[in-house]
Structure formats: C-alpha cells, structure tokens
Design a protein around this ligand. Structure first.
Ligand code: COA
Length: 119
C-alpha cells in the first residue's frame, strides 16, 4: 500500500449555519447521508459536526482527485461515521480504488480535516 493522494480543508461553522438556514433539508440531503445527519443532530452543537464532515468530504475529494481519478464524487456518496472509539471511518459509495483515511478537528467557529487515499 502506498499513499496516492492527500487533501485538506478548513470550514467556517457559520458558513454551514448559513447554508442550513437558507436551504434546510435540501442542503443536508445533498451533502450528508442519513447516518451522518443523525450523528450530527445527536450532538449538543450539530453545526460543528456538520462543518467537520463538510471539511472531511472536501479533503477526501482532493485526495481522490490528486491520485489521478477523474470521477466527480457527490458529497452524499462519501459517508463518514464514527466507530465505537469515536474515530471517523470513511465509506465511498462511488467506486474508487483504495481506502480513504480522514481526521477531523473542530473548535466553536472552525473545523478542519485531512485525508489520505492509499492503495
Ligand atoms: C480523540 C480526541 C483526541 C479528540 O480530541 P478533541 O480535542 O476533543 O476533539 P477535536 O475537535 O480535535 O476532534 C473531534 C473529532 O475527532 C474525531 N475523533 C473522536 N474520537 C477519536 C478517536 N478516538 N480517534 C481518532 N479520532 C477521533 C472525530 O471525528 C471528532 O469529530 P466528530 O465527532 O464530529 O466526528 C479525544 O477525544 C481523546 O483523547 N479521546 C481518547 C479516546 C477516547 O476518549 N475514546 C473514547 C472511547 S468511548
């Protein structure tokens, strides 16, 4: 296995709030899977977790494109759920060679993510 692509992204939590206010369910359904929405909405500050996932999806898309794949991946085809320890695990519904790893971090106003594609 070797690293084929890396990506990062930073997102302002207020941007996610604006999108949720403007487009509501339509925005959530377009970007997040049901499982992700359920996870974020179970938290005290859902917007922070949505922002982290949004950053993670951008970071994963960058890692995939950097590896040479030309396929456009809809964000709703990237699912990031947490394992029992809280670690974010990536599932890609678009068929892409390899495995994506991601790490997410957030504060009240910003979220960042870093992703790696390996195969
Ligand atoms: C993992 C840990 C370092 C996160 O640090 P933090 O400063 O509180 O949080 P950050 O804002 O930097 O990061 C939060 C993100 O880290 C990720 N994360 C959570 N637990 C994680 C873990 N065990 N390993 C890797 N990543 C983890 C998640 O993606 C989370 O965001 P999300 O809930 O929106 O998906 C901290 O919770 C810790 O030390 N945990 C110890 C392990 C632990 O508590 N396990 C719980 C078992 S039930």
């Amino acid at each position: 296995m070797a690293i084929r692509g890396i990506g990062s992204d930073i997102v302002e939590v207020s941007r996610i709030n604006r999108l949720r206010e403007s487009y509501g369910e339509r925005f959530l359904k377009r970007v997040f899977t049901r499982g992700e929405t359920a996870y974020c909405e179970s938290k005290e500050h859902p917007e922070i977790h949505f922002a982290g996932r949004f950053a993670a999806k951008e970071a994963i898309a960058k890692a995939v494109y950097q590896s040479g794949h030309n396929t456009i991946i809809p964000f709703s085809d990237i699912e990031i759920l947490n394992d029992a320890e809280g670690r974010p695990q990536v599932s890609l519904l678009t068929q892409i060679q390899g495995k994506c790893l991601v790490t997410i971090s957030h504060e009240h106003s910003m979220a960042i993510a870093f992703a790696v594609l390996e195969y």
